[in-house]
Design a binder for this molecule. Structure first.
Ligand code: GUN
Length: 300
């Protein structure tokens, strides 16, 4: 293996440290405690794990964490009423509605009912439009985390050829916008892209966000390129024993690491950065709401 491993776990701890410092200053100088509300509808086990971990880290950086756990059969009207309350609550600076929502709820309607200034996921159409036009917005957490790691590794990204594999609203599209904002030449590749290996092999930066275990292999990568693996896939691992599983990314780690100049591992790469950036977005939203200077280095 020749690639440098980009340690997202350590980087995320640094970001959380910066957030905690800023929270301490907000409390001491202005008597303000940033507050994050997380809304979970139903009992999806993976979502419950995420929400618990978000709540714990929110408290660890000194912010207020509010969790609303609603029954799976909660009506859209009741969910919208809760969001309206949170929109109007001056102690709440960030609102996150955990996705996916149960099928009877209209996800777009629910997300677009969040006050864009409190939309710490950056999923509201206003924030999507602001990001797309290069204006100040709330930026989706996972792409923001990827951007932070790329800037840290490369310094300037200007002029680099970046290929984003995956065109989701949560990662692929905002990632492409952020890379464009940093003056990369950006291509979005996806399941219908012809000769996709040739496309990725031309890239200085490959961001893989497709949700297909170990799809990207070393022969897709230009020697020395940087590989950011957003995938978190659970696969069977019979070598570990009956019924055991392991986490893998969208990139076949060993084969990509033979060729790449730098690569994020799974676990311990992009994953920890997502929650760190959620906390960063909450402190940013709190500063904006109070007309205060935003923390340096925690926004796009
Ligand atoms: N479910 C999986 N990832 C996310 C995320 O980043 N935000 C929200 N709201 N739900 C998710």
């Amino acid at each position: 293996m020749s690639a440098t491993i980009i340690d997202g776990k350590a980087f995320a701890a640094t970001v959380r440290g910066k957030v905690a410092e800023h929270v301490t200053r907000l409390k001491a100088d202005h008597g303000i405690t940033p507050g994050l509300a997380v809304v979970l509808v139903g009992e999806d086990p993976a979502s419950q794990v995420y929400v618990r971990s978000k709540g714990k880290m929110t408290v660890e950086v000194g912010m207020t964490s509010v969790e609303h756990k609603l029954d799976a059969d909660t009506s859209e009207a009741d969910l919208l009423a809760l969001i309206a309350d949170l929109n109007g609550d001056p102690a709440i600076h960030g609102i996150l509605v955990q996705l996916p929502l149960p099928g009877h709820l209209n996800e777009d309607l629910v997300i677009n009912s969040i006050d864009p200034a409190k939309d710490v996921d950056g999923f509201h159409i206003s924030n999507v439009g602001l990001l797309g036009t290069g204006q100040k917005s709330m930026v989706p957490c996972t792409p923001l985390g990827c951007l932070m790691m790329l800037r840290d590794h490369h310094g300037s990204l200007s002029g680099l050829n970046a290929v984003v594999v995956g065109r989701s609203n949560i990662v692929g599209k905002p990632m492409a916008q952020l890379l464009l904002g940093d003056s990369c030449t950006v291509t979005i590749a996806h399941s219908r892209t012809k000769d996709i290996q040739d496309v990725t092999r031309a890239a200085d930066i490959v961001v893989a966000a497709v949700g297909r275990p170990e799809m990207v292999t070393g022969d897709w990568i230009k020697p020395g390129a940087t590989v950011i693996d957003v995938g978190i896939n659970r696969t069977d691992a019979p070598e570990k024993g009956e019924g055991k599983t392991r986490l893998v990314g969208d990139c076949a780690f060993d084969s990509c690491a033979e060729v790449a100049g730098a690569i994020t591992p799974v676990p311990g790469g992009v994953g920890p950065m997502t929650i760190a950036c959620l906390l960063a977005n909450t402190v940013t939203a709190c500063c904006r709401a109070n007309g205060l200077a935003e923390p340096e280095g925690l926004t796009a």
